[in-house]
Design a protein around this ligand. Sequence first.
Ligand SMILES: C[S@@+](CC[C@H](N)C(=O)[O-])C[C@H]1O[C@@H](n2cnc3c(N)ncnc32)[C@H](O)[C@@H]1O
Length: 256
Amino acid sequence: MKSLGVIGKAVSAQIAGWLIVLAVLFVIANTGGSMPSVWLIGVTQAAGSVAVAYLLRSDRWWLFIHFVFSAAVIIFRQTGVDPTWYLAAFLVLLFVFGPSYRSRVPLYLSSQKTINVVSDWLTQQGFAAKQDARFLDFGSGTGSMILGLAKRHPDQQFVGVEAAWFPYLVSRLRALGQSNVQTCRKSFWDISLADYPVVYAFLSTEPMPRLWEKAKQEMSPGTFLISNSFIVPNVTPQQTLSVNDDRQTMLYVYRI
Ligand SMILES: C[S@@+](CC[C@H](N)C(=O)[O-])C[C@H]1O[C@@H](n2cnc3c(N)ncnc32)[C@H](O)[C@@H]1O
């Protein structure tokens, strides 16, 4: 069932819910029964899609989403809001979160205190003393990390790769006039890590095993992967840095 993917499972469960409704309506029509109310149809669809999502082993929160989805559609249809607004909201979400549905990495930003701790760590490691040393933010969001570091370390280069258009454009604008910052809009899986002595990632649990494999293959021995909040499963970090911010951020430093 893993091959269906998260979105595949969600769409399959919804379609299955509606097929169950159609089957029930077909039986009622052929037995001369009276048609159920729109709410009964909604509840049947919700129960069917929840059951199918459960059988497909979807994560628990998806069961809740399937349960309320059809009811939400019915309620919003009755408000009389022009459907174009829903399309517009969908396009805005796509613009901001872009590829998150596939990579399972949403947009949230490193705190100022995290940027300070990474900056101090770079200084301790001698990175800041090397002219033109390069730092990569793997999924750079709106560029907070690379811009914060670039101001503190003007002789080093800070590169960000970001797939979603909105955060990428914000980072481009913010980087105007900051000559030691470069940003590019593409998937981080499509770039090589070979040129970077330090790679920083603030992602989610999902891509960490793949990122670690990529880092081992492409980065040179003695270089570093810093992961904000998410560990590489079954790999012991060389160092753990705790940040005294609202999230009590943990930074895991892996030596390649
Ligand atoms: C948690 S945010 C971290 C942002 C930034 N690194 C920071 O610390 O402030 C992760 C970012 O990775 C981006 N992302 C997700 N999948 C990606 C992909 N395949 N390629 C490039 N960026 C991606 C998301 O759009 C999001 O902006």
